[in-house]
Design a protein around this ligand. Structure first.
Ligand code: FAD
Length: 389
């Protein structure tokens, strides 16, 4: 079910982009996705093609070689990429978050140093917030960075960091002002290079899905980071900067969730027309039809929420509530769609003969990553109640 036949209101440019990325995914990603994910293979061989299409530089200003796409395009691209393989979407998504932060808040020197290579796919970036004792409760993170002359001395551990072995640089959230009250007013972002003295990649963390890229612990043991690596050269803005990256990240996660959901629906629809039971194709049974219709409707709703959040972010700079709604809803639809597709596939859906079990595994993280849905929905409630009080 091509998305373009359903969602109204997209511009010809958006449809052209959708078509181009869909064709790339059909030809270059889907045929090898099962094998790549089984081998947990980092997809760097695809970076030149992605870069040529502007997809490695979506968050990067044109003057640094990026395509600087609007937010609607951003969500639509991740829908298409994740429809092929979430591992690839995850590489591009986490790198785009790092690039966005540099492009929006970095100094001219930082932009010049990192952005052209990121846009060309010669490097990827990433973000490091999560710590062993702190995930959702980001305001209480522990990692410290003490200024000493022209350097910061950084201590602490970050965990569950996507593509840490490749990220150049890794945008790392630290406490530069431990006395700040409330604490999040004393946080900053540092750009960490792989060869920073005292910085090391720790253990790899095995995971259920989102394969093809590593998830690591990273350690800072009196790491010495030049003060020129402070994002934008300004201290104590890191929490706010990271929040704007997370709002953008939620459009990515909403789009990617819709992509996995669509892949699930497309596979289930095809299977239902081919598989017979009791002398009929599965698609003749109303129970199966209703499942397909239910999921298709929710995918449309999720995409409309995503587009709404993207449009509002584009016109108003930020749309935290709408982005939270879109990400939370789309990720729940993603889970439901992958599970319904598995049921329609019967026992075969549970086997590695079909891609359904991969969609199901990849779907499982979507309600948690880039803000756990419970936390996001509570922020939506806070906003509603604030308006009412
Ligand atoms: C594959 C993968 C990739 C990741 N990549 C990165 C990365 O690149 N960089 C990075 O920094 N982190 C990354 N993470 C970490 C991810 O961002 C965190 O797992 C996420 O923010 C949730 O934090 P947590 O796991 O500590 O859960 P917790 O904060 O411990 O929360 C657990 C659960 O408790 C509930 N909960 C918590 N607080 C509240 C509340 N206030 N109200 C209601 N319910 C609540 C929610 O249901 C939540 O799901 C990644 C994780 C995975 C699995």
């Amino acid at each position: 079910m091509p998305a373009r036949h359903l969602t109204a209101g997209l511009s010809p440019e958006h449809r052209d982009l959708q078509d181009a990325v869909r064709q790339f995914v059909d030809e270059r990603v889907i045929p090898t996705a099962m094998e790549r994910e089984a081998n947990d293979e980092y997809p760097s061989d695809l970076f030149p093609e992605l870069a040529a299409m502007g997809l490695m530089g979506m968050s990067i200003p044109e003057e640094y070689g990026g395509s600087d796409v609007d937010y609607v395009s951003y969500g639509l691209v991740f829908e298409e990429l994740a429809r092929g393989w979430m591992g690839l979407a995850s590489v591009v998504g986490s790198s785009a978050s790092g690039a966005f932060l540099i492009g929006k808040f970095g100094t001219a020197e930082q932009k010049q140093r990192y952005l052209p290579d990121l846009a060309l796919g010669k490097a990827t970036s990433g973000i490091a917030m999560t710590e062993p004792a702190v995930g959702s409760d980001l305001k209480n993170l522990r990692m410290t960075a003490r200024r000493e002359g022209d350097e910061y001395v950084v201590n602490g551990t970050k965990t569950m960091i996507t593509q840490a072995r490749h990220a150049r640089p890794l945008l790392t959230l630290v406490r530069t002002n431990p006395a700040a009250d409330p604490p999040h007013r004393g946080m900053s972002l540092l750009l960490i290079d792989l060869d920073t003295p005292g910085y090391s990649i720790g253990r790899d963390i095995a995971k259920l899905g989102h394969k093809g890229l590593e998830l690591c612990e990273v350690n800072f043991d009196n790491a010495r980071v030049p003060a020129t690596q402070l994002l934008g050269g300004v201290e104590d803005q890191g929490f706010y900067e990271m929040m704007s990256a997370l709002d953008r990240g939620r459009i990515y996660m909403a789009g990617a969730s819709i992509g996995i959901a669509r892949a699930s629906l497309e596979a289930a629809t095809k299977y239902a027309t081919q598989r017979e039971a009791f002398g009929h194709p599965l698609a003749d049974f109303q129970a199966v039809k209703l499942r397909l219709a239910n999921v298709a409707t929710k995918i449309e709703a999720a995409r409309l929420l995503m587009i709404n959040a993207a449009l509002k972010t584009g016109t108003e700079g930020r749309a935290s509530v709408e982005s939270a709604m879109a990400k939370a809803y789309a990720s729940e639809v993603c889970l439901e769609a992958s599970y319904e597709a598995m049921r329609i596939h019967g026992g075969y859906g549970f086997t590695k003969e079909f891609p359904i079990e991969r969609y199901y595994r990849d779907a499982a993280l979507m309600p948690i990553g880039e803000g756990a849905n419970d936390v996001l929905m509570l922020s939506v409630a806070d906003s509603i109640l604030k308006d009412a009080r």
